[in-house]
Design a protein. Structure first.
Length: 315
């Protein structure tokens, strides 16, 4: 079992992007920005970066010779293995509360540490968080994993060439968000992308693997147009298929319009994430979710290991 408490070893910031951070010992953390004064803050999901002290120590024992802040991390904490915690986990340090939002990151250009060592631990060991309650964090403060039930976390991906160019408003995404929130999901992201398969695949992988959401709902790109590639992108990142969900959506929609048979949407599992393709129109989205949304939570809980399979319950 992972450790649930730790001690802050460094509080690092830089007021300019692209330079190494320095340990400033103490800082204020704000929900609207992240670490006050840090150039990487903002109203987004990666406000604060964290590293486990033990991982840095082990790396230095190989001869890396890195100092606090060299990896671009804001907080170094001894005693908690952040990499072992799922996104959505909350951490409390004094009055401040952080929520983990992403595990690791893609390294677009190798840093000086990588060129020296041939390796860098930040892309695989670093985690990111957003501030959910303001507070001050200082070196020597205790940090604890908050023991509370984690709500199901969802991401919404709208696929539309015109929408991505600003030529059409996204009307389906907000419908999905409203219905998810009413069902007590926490919507952590709403993205709008063009109908380009490579970008769709990359977004699905990022939401599933790095941001660790429980559910991804896509809308659009499931028809017969040559640009409708959402099902192909979804299948490309799938580990297992869930045909019953897509079949249920089409069967339900067929009672409303015969054109429902033309939808090519699929449902799949990648790791611990369920991905479901929905139609593109707000009306069809609402009708589809009215059919399947009441039943998705149980499947996700089984996937997370939080519930038993249906057969076991009936015995």
């Amino acid at each position: 079992m992972e450790k649930r408490t730790g001690v802050v070893k460094a509080v690092c910031l830089s007021d300019v992007r692209g330079v190494q951070k320095k340990n400033v010992e103490r800082a204020r953390f704000q929900t609207t920005w992240g670490m006050e004064g840090d150039a990487h803050g903002g109203d987004w999901h990666r406000q604060v970066s964290l590293l486990s002290y033990d991982k840095v120590k082990n790396f230095n024992e190989l001869g890396a010779g890195v100092s606090h802040g060299d990896f671009g991390e804001n907080l170094i904490v001894e005693g908690i293995d952040f990499r072992a915690l799922p996104p959505g986990t909350r951490l409390q340090c004094g009055d401040c509360v952080l929520e983990l939002t992403q595990i690791g990151k893609e390294c677009h250009s190798h840093c000086q540490i990588y060129h020296k060592m041939g390796d860098c631990i930040m892309p695989r060991e670093g985690v990111f968080a957003r501030v959910v309650r303001d507070g001050t964090i200082a070196v020597g403060d205790g940090m604890a994993v908050v023991d509370e039930p984690m709500p199901l976390r969802a991401a919404i991906l709208t696929l539309s060439d015109k929408g991505s160019k600003g030529e059409r408003d996204d009307q389906s995404g907000p419908v999905i968000a409203e219905m998810l929130e009413s069902a007590r999901y926490r919507v952590v992201a709403q993205n709008l992308l063009p109908d380009e398969r490579s970008k769709i695949e990359a977004s699905l992988v990022n939401f599933a693997d790095r941001r660790g959401v429980d559910l991804i709902l896509t809308t659009g790109g499931t028809g017969f147009s040559r640009r409708d590639v959402t099902p192909e992108a979804t299948i490309a990142v799938a580990e297992r298929m869930v045909p019953g969900i897509a079949e249920a959506i089409r069967a339900h929609s067929m009672q409303i319009t015969g054109r429902a048979m033309l939808s090519r949407g699929v449902a799949v599992i990648r790791g611990g994430t369920l991905i479901v393709n929905l139609p593109g129109s707000p009306k069809a989205v609402r009708e589809s979710l009215e059919c399947v949304l009441p039943h998705l939570a149980h499947g996700i809980e089984v996937l997370r290991g939080d519930a038993r399979e249906c057969a076991a319950i009936e015995e």
